[in-house]
Design a protein around this ligand. Sequence first.
Ligand code: ADP
Ligand code: MG
Length: 333
Amino acid sequence: MSTPAPAIEAVELGKSYGTGAKAVHALTDLSFTVEPGTVFGLLGPNGAGKSTTVRILTTLSRPDAGHARVHGIDVVQQPANVRQLIGYVSQKPGFDPVATGLENLILQGRIHGAPARDARSRAAGLLERFDLTGPGRRLAGTWSGGMQRKLDVAMGLMHRPRVLFLDEPTTGLDPQARLELWAEIARLAREDGLTVLLTTHYLEEADHLAARLAIVDAGRVVAAGTPDQLKSALGGDTIRAGLVRQSDAGRARDVIGAIPGAGAVFAEGGALHARVADGAAVLPAVLAALEAAGIELASVGVARPSLDDVYLHHAGRSFREADRLDDREAALL
Ligand code: ADP
Ligand code: MG
């Protein structure tokens, strides 16, 4: 038997917005594969190209280069066939706030061609599935943010897709609502066999939910694998040191960098991250050298690599720094 086609294949995707000197190269050579029935995470800071990728895979935008398939079907050549297979929950809310939850779902079903009775029973089933039966008869605009997000996901499931795309599903949710949605997303893959591609700029979300993930930076995949693979591939430990005075950061980086056994050292605001082979062995030398240089520490610790360290290693800057920089760029637009 031949192996089944992957649920999603993105091959060397390229996409630019605008032309000439003002062109924004949103994607350059972006590739990844998603196996059926798994949760796959596209993790990257704001502006990395996550939404652009999802819009191409959901047939809403065309790539300039490369190609993509969903269950073997090309998104550019056969978009209508792809759309039957997929559900899409965009970064922005998609429900109608002045319709009830039930009405939103039924309308969604009707748009996809379901007969009224089928749409109604599917809608009722989904409300129950997401624990929204009670509020289902109230206007969706009156619901909490977490409930509204669940409604968006339920709408994406009305036509029983095999592949669900969730673009930043938990952005803006409080921690409790985020945990609830995580549980629902995990259940979709585990119990219903759905393939889920989610984008996120939350490291802990990708770490928690994604069986495999691709870290995207500036329109390229810089690392891919299971969260554990990515972390253990780095090897060694990370020493994190918080400085009393942020102005010491540059000097502290030089001091730690000169210690034998210390690898790459990054400064981020008032914190330093140093990659070392053996944290416990190198830590005393780090403390002694900083003290000799008159650099005061507010905190210090040794930890196994986190996804933050993975990103730092591959992208050459910290995840939060990248996210913040892009926010600043976005604010200037
Ligand atoms: P992400 O979803 O990872 O935050 P996007 O895919 O939205 O990233 O954006 C990638 C890059 O493309 C960013 O630099 C963004 O400003 C730019 N971009 C996205 N959409 C457009 C557009 N319609 N016109 C011009 N530039 C765009
Ligand atoms: Mg986005």
